[in-house]
Design a protein around this ligand. Structure first.
Ligand code: SAM
Ligand code: SF4
Length: 342
């Protein structure tokens, strides 16, 4: 379907700062069965259904990126596993893993639907998943997610393990909410055989009042606290994502830190993000975006789509400017994390 006659049609995607774009994150839905306090407000307005790409359109878009050199694809959201029939998309995308054009097909999930889907995910070619879990206390979990049930997620994690999926736990560090649980999370992840990544709260989307400022906890402080109980050995392990990893000597598992606010990781950024309406964000922390839905729908031929993708990559900014302090307690970008995907 490639109608682009340019001799450079298959040239890799390189941005203006010489970074090769090899990682696409796709928010397959902005909807979710949870309402985590740092991610969403309680009464969210979601995108109108009519604007959302069909699963076939999402497959075609993802496949165009794979043809242009993307080697890693992460499905996220909202909650990717609540989109109706999402397994058909995942199964179809698995063909790129089987053919060797994609190194990894993975997803970030809140785990609520894993008990149902873990085996199917493995069948489709998924090997590793990220599961978000900020607390191991059932009451706190209910407070933090507003609508979630801890047991359901723990059952999902059991199913994932049984199915043979490698699991990485994502935990957002939240002042006054889970800052007394870091040791417990590290010990539990070690026992379960999961890697663990702590994430700083990012100022994305309105969640009400000064909540972000109240939640924000710099990971430099978290690391100092953790180091009192655990030995963190430096590693050069990289997943192509933004985390910096250590090995916890006592558990043998990896511990990562994603520090968009205290440590800027943009210089090695290799990724772009696609929303479920076909909007491509070249940076999580900037508003510039490219509409890929129009060229996708304009023709069955991918020529115009490829050109739109290349034009977007040519505008990828150098980095984000996230700041959270008294003068900047509002969102740096208006959209919520669930629109662009975390
Ligand atoms: N629903 C799935 C989940 O929770 O894993 C996938 C989407 S969620 C938006 C992806 C990740 O973004 C989660 O690990 C979540 O904790 C994180 N996240 C959401 N809002 C955030 C924020 N404002 N700052 C930092 N991380 C955030
Ligand atoms: Fe849903 Fe994930 Fe956002 Fe929580 S972090 S509300 S699970 S999209």
């Amino acid at each position: 379907m490639d109608g682009n006659a340019s001799p450079h049609a298959d040239a890799p995607l390189i941005d203006p700062f010489a970074r090769a774009i090899s990682y696409l994150r796709v928010s397959v839905t902005d909807r979710c069965d949870f309402r985590c306090v740092y991610c969403m407000s309680e009464d969210m307005t979601f995108l109108p259904k009519a604007e959302i790409l069909s699963l076939e359109e999402l497959d075609r878009l993802c496949s165009a990126f794979v043809r242009l050199g993307v080697r890693k694809l992460r499905l996220t959201g909202g909650e990717p596993l609540v989109r109706r029939n999402v397994m058909s998309l995942i199964r179809n995308l698995g063909r790129h893993v089987r053919s060797g054009t994609l190194d990894e097909l993975t997803l970030t999930t809140n785990g609520s639907q894993l008990a149902k889907f873990a085996d199917e995910l493995v069948d489709a070619g998924v090997r590793r998943i990220n599961v978000s879990l900020d607390t191991l206390d059932a009451g706190r979990f209910a407070q933090l997610t507003r609508w979630g049930k801890l047991d359901q997620v723990l059952d999902g994690l059991k199913a994932a393990k049984r199915a043979g999926l490698q699991v990485k736990i994502n935990a957002v560090a939240l002042k006054g909410m889970n800052d007394d649980e870091f040791d417990r999370l590290i010990a539990w992840s070690g026992d379960e055989g999961f890697d663990l990544v702590f994430i700083e709260v990012m100022p994305m989307g309105e969640i009400g009042g000064d909540a972000r400022l109240d939640q924000y906890l710099p990971l430099s402080m978290v690391r100092a606290e953790i180091s009192k109980s655990w030995t963190l050995d430096e590693t050069d392990y990289r997943t192509g994502g933004p985390a910096r990893y250590f090995t916890v000597r006592e558990t043998g598992r990896r511990l990562g830190f994603i520090t968009p606010l205290t440590h800027n990781f943009c210089e090695s950024c290799n990724r772009v993000r696609l929303t479920c309406t076909g909007t491509l964000y070249m940076c999580l922390g900037q508003d510039d975006a490219a509409d890929l839905r129009a060229p996708l729908r304009a023709s069955d031929d991918d020529g115009a789509l490829d050109r739109a993708i290349r034009a977007a990559i040519a505008r990828k900014p150098k980095g984000h400017d996230f700041v959270i302090d008294r003068r900047h307690s509002g969102p740096a970008v208006q959209r919520h994390m669930s629109v662009t995907g975390g």
